[in-house]
Design a protein around this ligand. Structure first.
Ligand SMILES: NC(=O)c1ccc[n+]([C@@H]2O[C@H](COP(=O)([O-])OP(=O)(O)OC[C@H]3O[C@@H](n4cnc5c(N)ncnc54)[C@H](OP(=O)(O)O)[C@@H]3O)[C@@H](O)[C@H]2O)c1
Length: 275
């Protein structure tokens, strides 16, 4: 098994920096991909109620036969459950579907500011951690203004999961995280195999280290202090994406990749989109 490289979110709470994304896998494909990934050394799996695959992901974890405490499991819930009371029921449902006694991390999937109840959702999550049934809670797709409302209520998420890739660096968002010492998890970290993978800033580093462009981009995330959750169902690409711990980029190489940023926001604007 690979040595797990982790970031400490709080004392005793270490999240493996490379996780397996599971959207849009469902059913047997999802179970297979998860069992394969755990066999390949992954110890962090990312799912969500909205992916419709929690049960299949749970089955994949069970099939892999890895001890529960060795795997970091994240899921997320939808806006119907954004109330202090309903979060607990959503959590119970997810655990039951996944066949797990607890999750390591449970996230508000989208803030849905027009509904105006994400702070209550965070309060419900904090209750779950306080009572010891959940290890940590966090948010996803929260802009600085949403996070500020959460902070103002005296609540502190463990992390924010947002879309980041070389062309979508979300500088203001990430600077806000840094100012508040909030860990960033990059989703769609490969830009869904974006065209930037063939840019010289990436291919030249790939050549220098004998790595693939995807490995360079994943290393760029890690060297920038982020956790990444690339999705791959393929055995070879799963192993490729985990094989990034024997080199690191120079500051100049990292800056050259940062320079690919287009300044564009994420695909979906969380002030208007959400579920
Ligand atoms: N919080 C949110 O709102 C949110 C939103 C979107 C996604 N996510 C999470 O983030 C995860 C990853 O994001 P994503 O799936 O959108 O994008 P991604 O991980 O950037 O890209 C996945 C795509 O890249 C391919 N790929 C994987 N490894 C590769 C490699 N080494 N070389 C070339 N191609 C490679 C995959 O194909 P193969 O499977 O064929 O390898 C797949 O088509 C999701 O699965 C989900 O868990 C969260």
């Amino acid at each position: 098994m690979h040595k797990q490289h982790t970031i400490e979110l709080a004392p005793g709470l270490e999240i493996p920096v490379m996780g397996l994304g599971t959207w849009p896998l469902t059913g047997e494909d999802a179970s297979d991909a998860v069992a394969r990934a755990l066999g390949n050394g992954y110890r962090h799996v990312d799912t969500a109620a909205n992916y419709g695959n929690e049960q299949a992901v749970g089955a994949g974890i069970a099939r892999a036969g890895v001890r529960r405490e060795e795997v970091w499991v994240t899921s997320k819930f939808n806006k119907e459950d954004h109330s202090r009371e309903r979060v607990a029921a959503a959590y119970e449902r997810t655990c039951e579907l996944m066949g797990l006694d607890y999750l390591d991390l449970y996230l508000v999937h989208w803030p849905n500011p027009e509904q105006g109840t994400f702070v209550e959702a965070c309060q419900g999550l904090e209750d779950l951690v306080q009572t010891g049934s959940l290890r940590a809670w966090g948010v996803s797709n929260f802009k600085p203004a949403h996070l500020q409302e959460v902070f103002d209520a005296g609540l502190r998420p463990a992390l924010n999961q947002v879309q980041v890739d070389p062309e979508h660096l979300q500088r203001e968002q990430l600077e806000f995280h840094a100012r508040h010492q909030l860990t960033t998890v990059a989703y769609s970290p490969l830009g869904r195999a974006g065209d930037f993978l063939s840019h010289p800033a990436i291919t030249s580093a790939a050549q220098e280290y004998g790595k693939t462009p995807a490995q360079i981009v994943l290393r760029w995330h890690l060297d920038s202090g982020r956790v990444a959750v690339p999705k791959s169902a393929s055995d070879i690409r799963q192993r490729e994406n985990l094989d990034v711990f024997d080199f690191s980029l120079t500051e100049q190489q990292r800056a050259a990749i940062d320079a690919l940023d287009t300044g564009a926001g994420p695909r979906l604007d969380s002030d208007s989109f959400g579920h």
